[in-house]
Design a binder for this molecule. Structure first.
Ligand SMILES: Nc1ncnc2c1ncn2[C@@H]1O[C@H](COP(=O)(O)OP(=O)(O)OP(=O)(O)O)[C@@H](O)[C@H]1O
Ligand SMILES: [Mg+2]
Length: 332
């Protein structure tokens, strides 16, 4: 890596492994070999089926893993520091002013007993931001009467309003990275795109990088510069969104694309790829997609090579065949 690329990186996750402690058997790796990086201001997306490890990866970066989970391998480099080995206290200090997260269900991350104002002030305190900025932020996320919202409790607000409060709370400290784990799936379809647009407009104005976790490729296509495709605890393909989606270099990405709902229909989840996702106790050193892959051969039981072409990477033995099939399917 050159000094220039190192300086441009904000977050670099390398070979991340997260293990779950089990009482009566060996630890289970639930993320196992995830690598990707994000540059300042970049809009990245993490996509993949349920259980692939997207949320666990985000929680690892935030230092907020469940009690029975721990980072057991790899590194999470944040502006030169390795968060994988950092003390909890060090990571806690970054949460808010440097890295913020928006969760899928705002009700679980807002305290039901406390007013919105109290919770926003708590978030703002970490970032040394005052009341005037809080009111301004509520105005920016579209509340006509910020003072009134400050006095309300979460259950008095609609789902969309709560998620806008979460956006305000996450961005109040002007973090360098916003992690958004399926931020709109709990919302009514009609306001999903509105809330997403707001999140992206504000983070763009502030120069905040975004990592969005999504099942919805139409969201990713429109909003993200880069895409990282996760399967069974690993990132199997990465690259600029347009090129990954128009010319996938991993059979899993191709399968995701062909099972994606048509543009405009944002409700369906990606779940129609034939076969079953292997569970973490079935993962081995070979390609984990091989049981569902039409291109799989015996060789796929060995660790697939990482194919790197310009700013694209994918882990597959059969990239050439995949590309040849694509060429056949779309003659020039
Ligand atoms: N606290 C935990 N203890 C043990 N296993 C866990 C724990 N949390 C998550 N897992 C397991 O880790 C794997 C990855 O889970 P994760 O929640 O990151 O998936 P995901 O990609 O976010 O899925 P979804 O799209 O459904 O949100 C799954 O197999 C899950 O069962
Ligand atoms: Mg998740």
């Amino acid at each position: 890596m050159t000094a220039e690329t190192a300086a441009q990186e904000l977050l670099t996750v390398k070979d991340l492994r997260v293990s779950a402690t089990r009482r009566e058997s060996q630890d289970l790796h639930v993320v196992d070999g995830a690598s990707f990086s994000i540059a300042p201001g970049e809009r990245a997306a993490l996509v993949g089926e349920s259980g692939s490890g997207k949320s666990v990866t985000c929680f690892s970066v935030m230092g907020l893993l469940a009690q029975n989970l721990r980072v057991s391998g790899g590194s999470i480099r944040w502006r030169g520091n390795d968060l994988a080995t950092a003390k909890r206290e060090e990571i806690r200090r970054l949460r808010g002013p440097e890295i913020a997260m928006i969760y899928q269900e705002p009700l679980t991350s807002l305290n039901p007993l406390m007013t919105i104002g109290y919770q926003l002030k708590e978030a703002a305190r970490r970032s040394k931001v005052g009341r005037r900025e809080i009111l301004e932020m509520l105005d920016r996320v579209g509340f006509a009467d910020p003072r009134r919202i400050m006095g309300q409790r979460p259950h008095e607000l609609s789902g969309g309003m709560r998620q806008r409060v979460m956006i305000a709370m996450a961005l109040i400290g002007q973090p360098k990275l916003l992690l958004a784990d399926e931020p709109t799936t709990a919302l009514d379809v009609t306001i999903q795109s509105q809330v997403l647009k707001l999140m992206y407009d504000l983070s763009y104005e502030m120069g905040t990088a975004v990592l969005i976790v999504s099942h919805d490729l139409s969201v990713v296509r429109k909003l993200s510069d880069t895409i990282h495709v996760m399967y069974a605890g690993q990132v199997v393909e990465s690259g600029p969104t347009d090129s990954v989606l128009s010319q996938p270099r991993h059979p899993y990405t191709r399968a995701l694309l062909s099972s994606a709902p048509r543009l405009g229909d944002t409700r369906e989840r990606l779940e129609s790829i034939p076969g079953i996702v292997p569970t973490p106790d079935q993962w081995d050193a070979g390609c984990r997609f091989r049981s569902r892959c039409p291109l799989a051969t015996e060789r796929c039981a060995e660790t697939p090579p990482v194919d790197v072409v310009a700013d694209r990477s994918s882990a597959c033995w059969h990239v050439d065949q995949l590309l040849a099939e694509q060429k056949e399917a779309t003659p020039l």
